[in-house]
Design a protein around this ligand. Structure first.
Ligand code: PGA
Length: 245
């Protein structure tokens, strides 16, 4: 049985005080949830304050990005050991906004994945097609390239903690969700791309306009193992309803 992961991607929202406040409220409202893994991913500047606010809770903290080197002359970047030192256990890699606006490629995703695994951060690797690619019937080819590109040159035995998030770009922040059937089809396809030894255990999350009113029908699909939630993760009541769908 794959344990569901309900993750909030806070993106570039909340300052240090606001992020700690949101985290404390979530700690209270989600304290009774024991059957799922819950994760929040604030901006890097808030990682420590959010980790502090969530001490003694079951909610994990993740970064939204990392650099593959451990230290050095890479102005503006943060590394896996730094993320760990701020109390994190997860990291999002290759989010479509990073691919779209910050030049993230399958190659950099792969390097970042390797670094995350080396430092025992649970990686949440994002893949997904644009609307144009879906309309041209290229969704599966794009996703295959992204998944294989991310995993290239990483040994199977090192991939045991891998988490993938399928986030169709056309569903992110648009209020348009993939139908449960569309999502299930892609999730099942992604599972076929994974090495056999990990395919059945790997959690594949769905992301893209997950809301309190659609979480349940998505999460009931056999290959959907959780959610990566953007906008709705910033509201305590909404995220609570999604986690407890
Ligand atoms: P959304 O974002 O829930 O606001 O669509 C999801 C994501 O980008 O992870």
């Amino acid at each position: 049985m794959r344990r569901k992961i309900m993750a909030g991607n806070w993106k570039m929202n909340k300052n240090i005080v606001e992020a700690a406040d949101l985290a404390s409220k979530l700690k209270n409202s989600l304290s009774d949830v024991k059957d799922k893994e819950i994760v929040v991913c604030p901006t890097s500047i808030c990682l420590q304050s959010v980790s502090n606010a969530l001490a003694d809770s079951l909610i994990g903290v993740g970064a939204q990005n990392l650099h593959w080197e451990e230290s050095g002359a890479f102005t503006g970047e943060i590394s896996a050991p730094m993320i760990k030192s701020a109390g994190c256990t997860y990291v999002i890699i290759g989010h479509s906004e990073r691919r779209q606006y910050f030049g993230e490629t399958d190659e950099t995703v792969s390097k970042k994945l390797k670094a995350a695994l080396k430092h025992h951060l649970v990686p949440i690797v994002c893949v997904g097609e644009t609307l144009d690619e879906r309309e041209k019937n290229q969704a599966f080819a794009v996703i295959e390239k992204q998944v294989k590109g991310a995993l290239s040159s990483i040994e199977e035995k090192d991939l045991k903690t891998l988490v993938i998030a399928y986030e169709p770009v056309w569903a992110i922040g648009t209020g348009k969700t993939a139908t449960p059937e569309q999502a299930q089809e892609v999730h099942a396809f992604i599972r076929t791309l994974l090495p056999k030894s990990i395919a059945n255990e790997t959690r594949i999350l769905y992301g893209g306009s997950v809301k309190p009113d659609n979480a349940k029908i998505l999460m009931e699909k056999p290959d959907i193992d959780g959610a990566l939630v953007g906008g709705a993760a910033l509201k305590v009541e909404d995220f609570e309803k999604i986690v407890k769908y």
